[in-house]
Ligand binder design. Structure first.
Ligand code: FES
Ligand code: FES
Length: 153
């Protein structure tokens, strides 16, 4: 068993010790690396607040053990700050007032970004389905879908 792994985090090679086998990507980001944009919601893979991009796919970071990251690429909201697609998406969220408390928004943006990159969903039904894994207790899903549609058309 390896003692360390390395992976790309927001474009930087990041080395992590595997001393604590129970450490998740979410804990690594928030507690050790102080990257707090990714949120801790349920910790059970059920709310989507902790989504990050792993090899380009939106995934729940609370369910990813760090030993599973070797040689992979992880991008968080902090790593998207100069990305044109992300900035368009963020503006669209803002224009659509697609946030109330804002707690779910980081995970929502990551999922929407991944959808825009893959262009896998075009219509409202498909977009709604894709965003089902991201919960919003403030009920702004419809505004988020509108914001996403505006940048995807
Ligand atoms: S905190 Fe990871 S899915 Fe809820
Ligand atoms: S805006 Fe409050 S949880 Fe979504």
């Amino acid at each position: 068993m390896k003692e360390k792994i390395d992976f790309l985090l927001n474009g930087q090679i990041t080395e992590v010790s595997l001393q604590d086998e129970s450490l998740t990507l979410l804990s690594l980001l928030r507690d050790e690396l102080k990257l707090k944009a990714t949120k801790y919601g349920c910790g059970l893979g059920q709310c989507g607040a902790c989504k990050v991009l792993v090899d380009g796919k939106a995934m729940n970071s609370c369910q990813i053990p760090i030993w599973d990251l070797d040689k992979k690429s992880v991008v968080t909201i902090e790593g998207l700050q100069e990305d044109k697609i992300y900035l368009n998406l963020k503006n669209s969220f803002s224009n659509a007032n697609a946030a109330q408390c804002g707690f779910c928004i980081s995970g929502m943006l990551v999922t929407c970004y991944s959808l825009l990159k893959t262009q896998s969903s075009q219509n409202i039904e498909e977009l709604s389905e894709e965003l089902k894994e991201n919960l919003c207790r403030c009920g702004v899903h419809h505004k988020i879908i509108n914001a996403l549609i505006k940048v995807s058309t």
